[in-house]
Design a protein around this ligand. Structure first.
Ligand code: GLN
Length: 486
């Protein structure tokens, strides 16, 4: 049996039936990692820990104890989540030797479930980027064609899931970093409602937009992971005490009568015609299954990139102030004259180009004399985006659109063109600006064999509906069973 491309649910069943052990799963992952090493998935591997965790689960199974759905299932975790005793770098030189003394809430919940950690995986530095090329170890490559990037910022997460190196991953989505790479590398992913999953212990990028979510090989697996990680956390004041629903309960209810809105602004100029065709035929498929399709309009869409790229650098520059070589971060190399020189050198040597660019932009747009023109204006525009979504969800249940207007960028293609990278987020970041959930689901391949994703956006707390909607299409099509060849 090919263990590498099982879903979590299949692997769980196999463990229960004693078809294979948790140790077998880890060894299969390790073999696949060795075979596909060039994808550059991992920043830190935890092979010994993984084997130790797997053996504990095997002992439980042998003793006839019950096991949870994620127990014994190998995962890769974006290297932005603090993992106690395991190096956590945020893909930045400034944290290259940071070993956290505490665990993030999300990974603590996984630990309590008995998960298996294969290692910490690649991302753009502090999750700022679209291709994972801003990582201090370079980009993760696309499993479908390594001339292309896996996408970003959660590049290691999707490369690993799609290539069979582990079964799922947790990432962060501030402007698309879970959904965009999932779309480019052919995985399922969910960006949750702001506040649904605790961000405690995950290095903040832009605190008013950051969300945590899963990437996996099937919609059902997404439901399984959500069941474990969702919920109020006293350590994160932005997680309200909204009851956690049963995410698998409505899985098979279908989409009969579902009202789907297709925002015309999401199919604008510059879109790859093949992406357009594939996404539109996925929406047609929903119509065949009984959904009702209407075109809707979200005119604020064109301001999304501008709003986001004022708010995010502002919040980022504040959040990264603690990386000063004293409170956090490495000490500077070479002679230091005084305290200011110390800061210049620790930050100058520690941060990469994109982070420096954003700190400068963020400091500028929020500084006295400019805050009214930029930062405060962006906040006002943000309110309009929220209202626009609220209004459209009075008419439709979900929205469907592409995740990204184009397929994966070639390695290096836009490395020196930040605007092109920012523009790729145009369809993902509105959901972050409004704090609403959104799923990315494989919906086919281009003539060059590159994956394309369908985006399904819903109102606040509609994750169960997104899961139900995604599942219907996934079952009707065969995309889930396509895997890259090595
Ligand atoms: N591409 C976006 C950015 O660079 C996404 C970031 C994210 O979601 N973490 O800001």
């Amino acid at each position: 049996m090919d263990l590498n491309f099982l879903t979590i649910v299949e692997a769980h069943k196999g463990l229960l039936a004693k078809q294979f052990s948790a140790e077998d799963l880890v060894k299969a992952c390790q073999a696949q990692i060795a075979k596909t090493e060039k994808l550059n998935t991992f920043i830190t591997r935890t092979d010994d820990l993984a084997l130790e965790q797997a053996r504990k689960v095997d002992a439980k199974i042998a003793a006839g104890e019950t096991i949870g759905m994620l127990e014994g299932i190998p995962a890769g975790i974006k290297d932005l989540f603090n993992t106690r005793g395991v190096r956590t770098t945020c893909a930045s030189r400034i944290l290259e030797n940071f070993v956290p003394p505490y665990e993030s809430t999300a990974t603590r919940k996984l630990l309590e479930e008995g998960y298996v950690l294969m290692g910490k995986v690649n991302l753009d530095e502090f999750a700022c980027g679209t291709t994972s090329e801003f990582s201090f170890i370079g980009p993760s490559l696309n499993p479908w064609n390594p001339e292309y990037t896996a996408g970003g910022s959660s590049g290691g997460s999707v490369a690993g899931v799609s290539a069979g190196q582990f079964y799922y991953s947790l990432g962060t989505d501030t402007g698309g970093s879970i959904r965009l790479p999932a779309s480019w590398s052919g995985c399922v992913s969910l960006k949750v409602t702001y506040g649904r999953v605790s961000r405690f212990g995950v290095t903040a990028m832009a605190s008013s937009l950051d969300t945590i979510g899963p990437m996996a090989r099937s919609v059902e697996d997404i439901a399984v992971i959500m069941q474990v990680i969702a919920g109020h956390d006293p350590l994160d004041a932005t997680t309200p005490d909204v009851p956690v629903p049963d995410y698998s309960a409505d899985l098979k209810k279908g989409v009969q009568g579902l009202r789907i809105g297709v925002p015309k602004e999401y199919f604008g100029e510059g879109m790859d015609p093949e992406v357009n065709t594939l996404v539109r035929s996925a929406i047609k498929e929903y119509e065949k299954m009984g959904a009702v399709i209407t075109e809707v309009s979200l005119p604020m869409t064109k301001y999304g990139v501008a709003i986001y790229y004022v708010l995010v650098p502002t919040e980022l520059s504040t959040n990264l102030a603690r990386m000063d070589g004293l409170r956090f971060g490495r000490q500077p190399e070479g002679e230091v004259k005084d305290l200011i020189d110390y800061y210049f050198k620790s930050r100058g040597q520690g941060f990469g180009t994109e982070i420096k660019r954003r700190i400068m932009v963020g400091t500028f747009v929020s500084s006295a004399g400019y805050a009214d023109a930029y930062y405060k204006q962006a906040l006002k525009a943000r309110t309009l985006v929220c209202q626009e979504f609220e209004n459209v969800f009075k008419e439709v249940d979900v929205l469907m659109a592409p995740v990204v207007p184009m397929t994966a960028f070639k390695v290096g293609e836009n490395l020196n063109n930040p605007l092109a990278l920012y523009m790729a987020d145009i369809l993902t970041l509105p959901a972050n600006v409004a704090g609403i959930p959104s799923m990315s689901l494989p919906c086919g391949f281009t003539s060059k064999g590159m994956p394309v994703g369908l985006q399904i956006i819903g109102p606040h707390w509609s994750e169960p509906l997104l899961i139900q909607t995604g599942y219907a299409y996934e079952q009707a099509m065969g995309w889930k069973d396509m895997h890259p060849k090595f």
